[in-house]
Design a protein around this ligand. Sequence first.
Ligand code: AOF
Ligand code: ZN
Length: 373
Amino acid sequence: MSGEFDTLMMARALQLARRGRYSAMPNPHVGCVLVREGAVVGEGFTQPAGGDHAEIQALRQAGDQARGATAYVTLEPCSHHGKTGPCALALIEAGVSRVVAAIEDPNPLVAGNGFARLRESGVIVDSGLLADEARAVIPGFIARMTRGRGRVRIKLAMSLDGRTAMASGDSQWITGPAARADVQRLRAMSCAVVTGVGTVLADDCSLSVRAAETGLPEAQAQLASVRQPLRVVLDSNLRTPPAAKVLDATAPSLLCHAIDAPVPAAIAAAGVELLPLARDQKGLDLAALLQHLNQRQSNEILVECGPHLAGAFLSAGLVDELIVYMAPVLMGSDAQPLLHLPLQKMAEKVPLKIADMRRVGEDWRITAVPSLR
Ligand code: AOF
Ligand code: ZN
């Protein structure tokens, strides 16, 4: 069904798709290549939300050359009228004769309807080419569509001896500038960045994306910083100072507190968005928070927090990926451990799979996924 040329073109479409990873959300970032008689006549990727889908950009570039062309797309062309018109229809009207898609769109509004519509109009449709690679490009969107919860990634930084802060709480900086730029990019690709009030009080972190610190090419850095992630603070008793950087005007903020906690007048006056949540044994109801973030169409959720909140997310089984930066330093036995996860027996240990490990500057980045899910 698909030859080497098809694979090459789909690989190019995937490359284009990744260009939208800092700006397309809540849409999935999709790539499209139009090929006629062996030559590329149009290329496109998903524009910031509300803007053109990948296919429309590619069609515009191709103009009349789209007639009789093959479209390589990393996701099934849409069939619905959303913020934009259906891409399946645009492809048909432009006279595209074959569509090669990597995966079906898990959005129930589409889910095979795009393929059906194309086939009804006589377009040849092949799907499944580089499907695993295509799924790996948009895991957050797929998670949100298929299980009603975005993808949760916890980021932690530790010393070689597994410590995250000195006993005093001092934790700046364990890792070097390259790892910190890497974290900026993680923020930039996330719809929400979650932290705890402990981290806010200790570090007065801003949790925003600073274009200049992402290390991205200028155009992408600009797009990423224009679209700031929602900053979420878990703060049961509303101890966040109204002047905290995490509540400043550079990005939207959401302060989550216990239902029964009184809202301080200064916080109410500051006009901060509040989300009351139920309390549970470990703090606030994290599953309810993720439900709320799902309603806000959050594909990727980054948790940047201290050992207690990280442990609470893990104990609740709500973590899809751990990113641990390991710095070549020793912080000693009085320093705080990576995670607060009180386990007693070896039988309780949490099994992980190391998905990736690479050097970032002088530090190492370990990507691990819980293996029992
Ligand atoms: C495509 N090509 O490049 C993308 C698609 O509200 P709208 O009109 O922007 O539609 C959003 C939905 O379209 C999104 O949830 C997903 O199902 C699909 N995304 N489809 O044909 C694209 N980004
Ligand atoms: Zn579309």
